[in-house]
Design a protein around this ligand. Structure first.
Ligand code: URA
Length: 271
């Protein structure tokens, strides 16, 4: 009991000291001596002998190339049977192997110019895209359009845009690996039929789906990779940050800007 009273008194004294500092206009907390945070702590002479390193964290699983379920087989058959973009859209509308279709308002297929040679691939439709049936029309899409316009690229003329998933996951949650794998045959066929020369992968889900990598987007971005579309077709793909992430983390816009400059140089044949 006495210990409790003492703790309460100490807390009250600390709070009073903080209030006083605020009254005095203090807005920074500094040590009297500068701290070198980069310096490694010194190991005391009596330190215990080093123990075995902790087990490394489990690696995220690689996405399966195809979902080994009846729905996965059906998706692959429907995708393979499509011989045009319109036919692929029809096949995707027919596909009833995903519960996402039941909660979404619309199938969101693609937008922009399919023949432009440049194809951008995002994650999945959000609420605005679901309502309007077009990809990247909400706030993150508007930011993306402005950023692309700053390197001279417009949706009406220079690029084609779609998503890994054609249906909005409820509440905009991140698609599961099983959902991504289920729709993989459709996006691969989509790329094959649109025949772009370059791909841009927007965000971690597109990177994970098409690069089949365990690395996150912050490691993948800013580099050209190869996406294997079919056994005998692969394409250069630039990985970059998703515009929704840029809205939440404006400081990352600089990196995204550098990525767009890389894209521009490649389009201009300077890289
Ligand atoms: N985010 C995406 O990944 N795609 C869209 O279409 C909209 C937001």
């Amino acid at each position: 009991m006495e210990a409790e009273t003492q703790a309460a008194e100490t807390r009250a004294a600390l709070v009073a000291a903080l209030r006083l500092q605020l009254d005095w206009g203090v807005d920074e907390a500094l040590e009297a001596e500068p701290l070198d945070r980069a310096r490694r702590p010194e190991v005391p002479a009596t330190a215990a002998p080093p123990t075995a390193p902790p087990p490394s964290p489990a690696q995220p699983a690689l996405l399966p190339a195809r979902l080994p379920t009846p729905a996965g087989t059906r998706a692959a058959e429907l995708a393979a049977g499509a011989t045009s973009l319109a036919g692929l859209r029809e096949a995707m509308a027919q596909f009833d192997g995903s519960p996402l279709r039941e909660t979404a308002m619309n199938l969101v297929f693609a937008d922009g110019v399919a023949e432009s040679g440049l194809m951008l691939i995002g994650e999945a439709p959000g609420a605005d895209e679901d309502r309007l049936g077009r990809p990247f029309v909400g706030v993150s899409g508007q930011l993306l359009d402005r950023m692309l316009a700053s390197v001279g690229l417009s949706r009406e003329r220079d690029f084609y845009i779609t998503n890994i998933l054609p249906f909005r996951p409820p509440g905009n949650r991140t698609p599961t690996d099983a959902e991504i794998a289920l729709f993989l045959p459709f996006i691969l066929r989509h790329i094959e039929l649109a025949r772009p020369r370059l791909l841009v992968l927007l965000g971690g889900v597109a990177g994970k789906a098409l690069l089949r990598s365990r690395e996150g987007i912050t490691r993948l971005r800013g580099r050209w990779h190869q996406v294997t579309v079919t056994d005998d077709q692969s394409l250069p793909a630039l990985a970059t940050l998703h515009p929704a992430y840029l809205l939440r983390t404006p400081s990352a816009k600089r990196e995204a800007w550098n990525d767009l400059l890389m894209l521009r140089r490649r389009i201009d044949g300077n890289e």
